[in-house]
Structure formats: C-alpha cells, structure tokens
Design a protein around this ligand. Structure first.
Ligand code: NAI
Length: 290
C-alpha cells in the first residue's frame, strides 16, 4: 500500500478542531476512518453524538469512508470501544491518532486534584487506553502507526497549564518507549505539537495571530506520519501555520567526576556542565526486548 490508502485509522476527538481536519484529510487520501468524539465542551463537560456524526457526514459527502464512535477515551472500556468500532466497521486497525483533549487551566497555586486528574485522564490515560487496545493488532499484523498530540506547553511550559503540560510531555515519554518496543513490528510512534486556531486557542491569542494558523496546515504532517512510507519513530514535531520543525533533546559534553565531588567542586565545574556549545542530540540506546 502507499500513503494511507486502505488503512483503517482511528482519530480520537475528531468531532471538531484539529481532529476533524485529520479525519477529513486521511479519508480524502483513501483511509477508512473512525471519527471518535464524545461531543463535550472545551473543559470536557457535556456530550452527545452530533459532533462526530457531522464529521462522518462531511467525509461521506466527499465520497470518503468513515464511521462515528462516541466513547470517552478516558476509560479503559472507552479505549477498547474505540478500537472495537474500527475492527467492527473495517475488519481491523492500522493506526491511531490520539488527539482528544480538554483544558482545565489554572495556576499551580489554585490547582486542585479534580483539575489535575481530569486533564491527565483524557490526554495521557486516554492515549494509553486507545493505543494499548490497538497494540496487539499492530504487533500481530506487523504494522502500526501512532501519533499523539503533544504541546509546546509540555515541551517548554506555559502559565496555568501544569496539568496539561505534564500530560502532554507524558505522551512524549510514552511514544519514546513505544518506538523502541514497536521497532521490530513496524510500529512507528511519533508526537505532533500542533499550533492552530480552534476552540481550544480561540481566547488565548490575538485574532491576527490565529488567522495565520488554520488547522488544515497541521493535518498533512499527521497524515504523512500515518503513511506507509513514513519511517520516523520516536520523534517530536511542532507544526503550525505552514512551519514544521523537529524538536529533540540535546545533552552537553558535561563533566565526569572521577570521585564523588564536594559541593564546591560541583560549583567550580558548573559552567562546563551547562555549556551547550558541544552538545549532541541524546539517543536512547536500550535494545532489550520482551
Ligand atoms: P478541540 O477542543 O477543538 O478538540 C478536542 C476534541 O476532543 C473535542 O472535539 C472534544 O469533544 C474531544 N474530546 C474531549 N475529551 C474527549 C474524550 N474523553 N473522549 C473523546 N473525545 C474527547 O481542540 P483542538 O485544538 O482541536 O485540540 C486537539 C488536540 O491538539 C488536543 O489534544 C490539544 O491538546 C492539542 N493541541 C492543540 C493546540 C492548538 O493550538 N489548537 C496546541 C497544542 C496541542
């Protein structure tokens, strides 16, 4: 196969915003798509079938193939249900775009457990539940494509988003290991930090900035990472408004102490430790398999 043609792909949170664009582009390129969305508001409250149904109709009106699923990704049963929808409708599953998300922004001083849990539950646990349900299929057929939606709020931090940033960078931790464990099964796992004008960002940036960031620009990057040709795995990308970048960790040359140092010796070598002029990209070297 080439591209995503014929591939059976789940897009979570595809009832609006970025997920809708991902689902529509994948379907236009010949994929069979499960449009998952529980139809809630930005903070995750409420719900209904209308959002997912509307996107399925848009895809079908363009001649594409899609089915709706209304499960919440934030429970193990929901994750299983999303994957089962794909298997039931299309006979299997080839890829998952973990895009569903909510916001509960609040400064850390005012953060409560409910705001922390709700955000981790949808972003981090949601991606775990759906991907974990799809994983045996990917291993069995020796093919799988996974994209998680990360965020610059996790990569760099953002005021009022300690819960969201923790969840979003947790997803990067997850794909780093999935890339290693999936390598011999042709399972690729990558992360995309989108930057786009959606209901999630409508009130946090000036309109002239948002006008330059239609979600359509992000969809081809996600689509490419879901394709048969894509060989990247364990990579993180930032995509928005036409600009696409890879993000990586670099480690300084640092300093090696031959004996346990004193605090004064650490202080004396600190400049060398933090000097990034000789930095190299960090790479995982683990090859153990189970
Ligand atoms: P959005 O609010 O339009 O889309 C999120 C979708 O997820 C909604 O349709 C919502 O109903 C659905 N959803 C929420 N909880 C769900 C659950 N438990 N199960 C199933 N569906 C659920 O927002 P947007 O901007 O399209 O966000 C998509 C993803 O991209 C999110 O993960 C978000 O965190 C991420 N992102 C977006 C950025 C942006 O600039 N718009 C920046 C960085 C990350």
């Amino acid at each position: 196969m080439t591209g995503v043609a014929g591939r059976r792909i789940v897009v979570t949170g595809a009832g609006g915003g970025l997920g809708r664009e991902y689902a529509k582009l994948l379907a236009r390129e010949g994929a069979k798509v499960v449009v998952n969305d529980l139809g809630g508001s930005r903070d995750g409250s409420g719900g209904g079938s209308a959002m997912a149904d509307a996107v399925v109709k848009e895809i079908q009106d363009e001649g594409g193939e899609a089915v709706a699923n209304y499960d919440s990704v934030a429970t193990p049963e929901g994750g299983q249900g999303v994957v089962q929808s794909c298997v039931d409708a299309f006979g299997g599953i080839d890829g998952v775009v973990n895009n569903a998300g909510i916001l509960r922004d609040v400064s850390f001083a005012k953060m409560d457990d409910a705001a922390w849990d709700a955000v981790l539950q949808v972003h981090l646990y949601g991606a775990y539940y759906v991907t974990h349900a799809a994983w045996p299929h990917f291993r069995e057929q020796k093919h799988g494509r996974i994209v998680v939606a990360t965020s610059t709020s996790g990569i760099y931090g953002n005021f009022g988003q300690a819960n969201y940033g923790a969840a979003k960078l947790g997803l990067v931790g997850m794909i780093n290991t999935l890339a290693l464990e999936g390598a011999k099964y042709n399972i690729n796992a990558n992360a995309v930090a989108p930057i786009a004008a959606t209901r999630m960002t409508e009130d946090i940036a000036p309109q002239e900035w948002l006008d330059k960031l239609p979600p359509e620009y992000v969809a081809p990057i996600v689509g490419y990472l879901m394709s048969d040709e894509s060989t990247d795995t364990g990579s993180v990308f930032i995509a928005g408004g036409g600009q696409v970048q890879r993000v990586a960790y670099f480690a300084s040359a640092g300093h090696t102490f031959s004996e346990v140092p004193t605090l004064a010796e650490v202080a004396d070598t600190w400049e060398q430790i933090v000097d990034m002029s000789q930095a190299k990209e960090g790479k995982q070297v683990s090859t153990s398999q189970s």
